[in-house]
Structures are given as C-alpha cells and as structure tokens.
Design a protein. Sequence first.
Length: 370
Amino acid sequence: MVMRVGQTQQDALKDGRHRTRVRVTFSNDTHRDLTFVTPNDIPFVQTNVGDVWLPTMLVVAMRRGEDLELVDPISERAAAIKRIQDILTVWYPRRMKRVEVHAPPAERDSRRWRKSPERVTGSFFTGGVDSFYTLTKNQDRIGAIVYGFGIDVPLRETEAIERTNSLLEDVAAESGTRLLTARTTIRKFLAEDTRWGSEAHGAALASLAALFSPVVDRMLVPATHSYATGQRWGSHPLLDDLWSTDRLIVEHDGAEAGRARKTQVIADNPVAQRHLRVCYMKFATMNCCRCLKCLRTMAGLAAMDRLDSFPTFHEPLDLERLGAFELRRGNAVNQVRDLHKFVARQPGHEDITETLAGMLQRAEVGIRQS
C-alpha cells in the first residue's frame, strides 16, 4: 500500500499572493489536497520542494500504515526519518506503523549554508505564554515571528483572523521583528487521520517552517512542556530538531521551563501585557476568561499579582469556575500540577493553591479508578 504525494504546484493568485499546493492519493484511490497561501514577498521553495510536505505526510502515512512516495526531491535525511519513526512507534505502537519513504535524490544547492540578510531566525508565535517566553528569551536573535492561519484559528472565522492578524502586526512592530504568515488547510488535512496535539502538530509546524525556508534559516518551536514532564506530544525535544533540512535548522526551544516559570518571565514584559492571547475556545474575543486555559493562565498571573497588568483578560478570575474543571488528560494534569507547585510557594494566595489542589486530588482519584 502506497500513499503518493504528487508534484508540487506553485502559482500566483489574482491578488498576487503565492499558492503552494499538492494532491495526495492514498492506497484506496481517494485523494486530498493540502494548500499554503503566502504573501507575494515570500519566494517559492525551489530546491528539494518535497521537504515542505515530508513531515506532515510521514505522520499520516505512519498512521495509515502506507508507504510514502513523494514526486518531488527531499533533503538527504534517512537517519532522521528512521529516528522519527523509532520515537513515534514506541510512543504509539497501536496507532503508528513503520513505513518506507521513497523520493527522488536530493538536489544539491550550493547556496544552502550561505547566510544573507534575507534569511533570519524565525520563531513560531501564537501570542500565548510559550510563544512570548521564547520571544523574550531569544529577543536578540529572532528576526521574524511566524504564524499559520487555519491552524488554531479556523479560516472560516474571518473576524478572529483579522483580530489575530492585528495582534501579530502589533507584536512584530513592538518587538522589532518581521511578521511571516500563511493561510493553510494543514490542520483540516491532518484531522482525517491523526490526533492533533499528541501526534501531528509538530510535523505541521515543520512543514510550515520548510515553506518559509527561502527567508528563514533557523526556526524556533516554542516548547509546550518542560523536560520534567516526559509528556508524549507532537512537538517534542526528541522530535522537532529531526525535521531540519539541508537549508533549515528546526530547534525546539524553552523546555527548560514549565508554564508557570514562563509566565513569571513574561509577567513584566509590556508587549506580553498588551497582547497575551491564550484562548482557542472562543473567537468572539481575544480571551474568553472562562475556559481552562484562560483561567489557568489568569490564576498564575494573579498569584504573581500581575493579572491587572494584562488587559486582554477582561473579566475577573473565577476560582469557582476553575475548580469545577475535571482534568481528564495528562496534558491538563501536568499543567495544573506545575502551576500548583509554583503558587504554593507564593504567600497570600492560599485560595488559588486550594483550588488547584482540589482539581489534582479529583484527577488522581479518577486515574486510580480508570
């Protein structure tokens, strides 16, 4: 059984934007298309174009148990492909299978290591705590922040896209970086076969990074978890660096700090204070102040006596609502446990500490009973 990734199509739309797309045909003769659209000042990838598709398609092929065939060349990366499969099949032995990868020989690019003013270090940036931590920590070397519309904000949410784009433009201007954006169907493409958080989103980011390789020579991927958690996740210290190509270094960043520590680092950053955006549950406002992610972030800021400095949280912290959430997944448990350890060391916030402790107690009972 073979999953075939066709020849990359690159063309200019009527409004001048650049479209990069491919059709994928599966072993059952069904097919799906994957598309990226970028501004016209982002050159098309010209060498080893298959690098754009390999990360996404490898995860899908492993999930489907189909060998992968790419029409376009990819960088020489056999060892990395093997290691990626080693990791994913150990993590998910029932969901992932080893596959063969076939592509034309890598094209040689004599300019691949040439540093030029046009190619900078980029960092994926959503406006959340992880993103702002990486931007704050690496402010002297990041030249561009990178975002994909259609990944966390659906393309149908036009008002939310406009609002998010405005936020990103402001952050880029205030941090002295370039803003690189794309519109993409990649999350919808992956949703057919994979689990976004635990399996696929790191591969999606690697594909997006390769798309921007004409202007970015190193891409930072802000860590979701710290080294301490050992959480299996689609973007991971063991995985992200393996997506590097002949022209692009992919670098996992920030796993030395938990979410609470990251929040503490950015708490006095005026750019973060004006623009922090953590919520993906609602699209009518920047932060709904009601979902677990909003309330967890607000609790951390409140424990630091900084919540009033973040106007993007437009409602007061509702501890009763926070305490009512059930932690059903390892990711949520790890994040609340990290926050609880931090808040317990902050004097004068026993109410937050007790709320988080109660959530963790219920989670532990649920784990024992399951």
